[in-house]
Ligand binder design. Sequence first.
Ligand code: ADP
Length: 500
Amino acid sequence: MTTFAPLDMLRPANKDFLARPLGMIIDGVQVPAQSGKTFDVFDPGSGRQIARVAEGDAADVDLAVKAARRAFQDKAWSGMKAHARERLMHRLADLIEANADELAELESLDQGKPVGMARHVDVAGTIDYLRYMAGWPSKLEGSTIPVSVPYMPNRFFAYTTREAVGVVACIVPWNFPLMMAAWKVAPALATGCTVVLKPAEQTPLTAIRFGELVMEAGFPAGVVNVVPGFGAGAGAALARHPDVDKVTFTGSTEVGRLILQAAAGNLKKVTLELGGKSPAIICDDADLDIAIGGAAMAIFFNQGQVCTAGSRLLIHKRNFDKVVEGVSAIASGFKLGHGLDPETQLGPLVSREQIDRVCGYVKSGLADGARALSGGTMLERDGYFMQPTVLVDTRPGMKVVQEEIFGPVVVAMPFSDMDEVAALANSTEFGLGASIWTRDLNKMHALAPAIKAGTVWVNCHNVVDAAMPFGGFKQSGWGREHGKAGVELYTETKSVCISL
Ligand code: ADP
């Protein structure tokens, strides 16, 4: 592997950005933490410190929530016509597009992913998401309701409206930092809510830049506030804050439970997009040329740090050897490297803590009798690199088969018939995604309804779109994001009933 000096080659705008004191954005102004504390941000491709960011805690969260509340009530935002809100959102999307290369570089440096992927998935996805959501303000309709009220003689006219839920706390993870922020902030803005965004402590940089671009676009002060900080500090303070109306969270199932408990105080609305252990099911009739590459990308995309990663490979026994050998060959062939190196195909894991966690899982799998056909260990070099890993000889009861690893590790198991594979697919506590690889429509239509998951892909995996509802069955979450279903969760329905 070549040595690489990423910081020297940064774009001038990013050099300037990283050299600045990076504050939180509260009420339209970038400010330090009340406590004066900061925390260090690291490049996972080298392990080196790259920035210092204001560390928000309960006092800063309180200020941000107050600013969001004031902005929510202010006529400048609450009285803004739908078309004007749409134009503002489009202006923000245009600004992100104008800064796309800088944002992609920053995301790659902070998160580790290849810069091309950051540009074409994370940043392009953010722009697309904002533009999709910018269409909604003028389309938030209610209905007229034919009310009978059998025990009253009056005639009534009744209708419903959809109103913004209020101040929304957006708590996001580190795997797609900018895009996850957009998934939450964009529908909030479309419906007229105001937000406090808390990026993950591992990856706060693009959220701060996003907050700056929101100000540049001309949103009223306080509509979007950004409070970087740790989960136990800023995150927990937001989840329990009595003046937050809704919390929308993407992250681990474990933290999802904590957020739910904290939200109980004022019964705030909660949307949770949590962990997964999504199966990729390869049927006996699948086109293996497509399925092998598809299954490899289903797990190794973003180094497996994807909540819908195809982390369980269920293969018809007739194809088992061919598929696991094919996926292992792909796993061993990836060029690992720093995200900013243009030759890199897979970057590092996000942090020391994460790679230790993933390696711990692999060790537990091997101790339980699994065998690694590829990868299995951390690489001896700076940064947090791990060769993609394929585990065989795995059984349903093993920890590596049941728990979310959130890294480049797939467990492979054979099946003999369709009933068996449906039961196997449903045999974890999660239900986020699943893919079926087949050319047989009958098999596809038998499996799709049998699988308990929020999204079932056929001959593809990890395909996500702003218009298509996304979320989890079982312990993978509450509610949906994207599309009409996602937008509606940022609103309250009001019935207005008139006696004529
Ligand atoms: P991971 O385990 O993958 O790092 P987490 O679920 O821990 O993901 O983190 C996702 C987001 O939740 C991050 O922004 C993190 O700071 C935040 N977070 C962690 N713990 C809490 C908590 N107790 N309350 C609120 N937010 C939290």
